[in-house]
Write a protein of this length. Structure first.
Length: 370
């Protein structure tokens, strides 16, 4: 079962087939709803970036006023904080509505397409005949669960990617302006690093991303195998119920063995998934703890020399954390990407299986024609 979709060409074919059907949400009759929602989501991303940018400068001014013990400036910053927080919360609320509405409508569109295609010309009656050749058993699970996962994750992933790109171009300027170049000595040797905070965040993010790719390289296959094992376990339990109700004729011992085997497979795949998630959590949680400290440590030489203020230290450290989060989009979304790829491939496998049935049905009809 492991690596059932591991072949690169086959995996690309599956993803292409998924998008062929899923992208229909932005075409035809559903386009009048999907495009305004998509534009609204992008506008919210820009608005959230602006709010985050203002909060970054508020952070600098607040700590500079605190360092100077300037009560009047602290009062101004406290008053300014209220509308900034209000704007950020408002945008977050609108984002939740627009994001979940898009996900709901996209899921409805894709699931309706799958159901119609599955039921069309009695495909659901013959899909089991192609299971071994196409890898599309348990079609009901793919229609009900995988279609939901396959349309839920891309919305969040794309919005996070767009935000990461915009954040990169916006906050790199802050690090460059605050940090400037670094002139220091190490063991008596002079060291010069231009835009050293920018260099620091790029090196740090590169190390974190590389660690995630190395430790989590098999996560997608493990997630796929786990989903398949769970689906087969449910299918085995369903067959036991159907046999008990007289809906199918089956050997009680055979169905019981299949059920116990399904449980063993599901537990084993859960164990493998646990170990994979432990590996990726090592990187993601470690990054959560280290990123704020790394930003502060990089600012120490400039602060000690008096080149930057306390407010600029906190501003640069906050910008460092924000930027490394943008650079580490893959790290932050590694498990979500694996879940989506697994679900999308399973939906595509069902679509390809029905495609095969459709072609074979056309061939049969062609031979039976005049």
């Amino acid at each position: 079962m492991s690596g059932s979709y591991g072949n690169g060409n086959h995996a690309n074919r599956l993803l292409a087939r998924f998008w062929e059907s899923a992208s229909g949400f932005w075409r035809g009759r559903s386009a009048w709803r999907s495009w305004p929602l998509s534009i609204l989501l992008l506008a919210i991303v820009v608005g959230e970036l602006i709010a985050e940018y203002w909060l970054n400068y508020w952070n600098r001014d607040f700590f500079n006023a605190l360092e100077a013990r300037n009560a009047e400036a602290l009062q101004r910053q406290a008053l300014l904080f209220v509308p900034l927080v209000g704007l950020s919360i408002t945008l977050a609320l609108i984002s939740v509505w627009a994001r979940m509405t898009t996900q709901r409508m996209w899921r409805q569109h894709l699931t309706m397409h799958l159901i119609k295609y599955w039921l069309e010309s009695g495909h659901y009656r013959h899909i089991h005949e192609l299971n071994h050749g196409t890898g599309a058993p348990n079609p009901e699970y793919r229609v009900a669960e995988d279609a939901r996962l396959a349309t839920d994750a891309p919305v969040d992933l794309v919005l996070a990617l767009v935000s990461s790109v915009l954040v990169t171009f916006t906050f790199l300027g802050i690090l460059r302006n605050v940090g400037g170049d670094l002139h220091t000595t190490l063991f008596g040797f002079p060291i010069y690093i231009p835009d050293y905070l920018v260099v620091g965040v790029i090196v740090y993010s590169g190390l974190v991303t590389s660690a995630m790719f190395i430790l989590g390289r098999r996560l997608t296959d493990v997630v796929q195998d786990h989903a398949q094992a769970e689906a087969e376990f449910r299918a085995a339990a369903n067959r036991v119920r159907e046999a008990g109700e007289g809906m199918i004729v089956a050997s009680e011992s055979e169905e019981a063995r299949a059920l116990w085997q399904g449980l063993r497979d599901a537990i084993e795949q859960w164990r493998r998934l646990c170990w994979q998630l432990m590996r990726t959590t090592l990187v993601s949680h470690g990054n959560t703890l280290l990123a704020p400290i790394a930003g502060l440590l990089l600012c120490i030489p400039k602060y000690v020399s008096g080149a930057i203020t306390l407010g600029e230290v906190t501003q640069a450290a906050a910008a460092f954390v924000t930027l490394q989060g943008a650079f580490n989009w893959v790290v932050n979304n590694f498990q979500r990407l694996a879940d989506w790829k697994s679900a999308a491939k399973r939906v595509a496998a069902l679509l390809l299986a029905i495609d095969d049935l459709e072609r074979s049905g056309q061939a049969v009809r062609g031979r039976a024609g005049p």
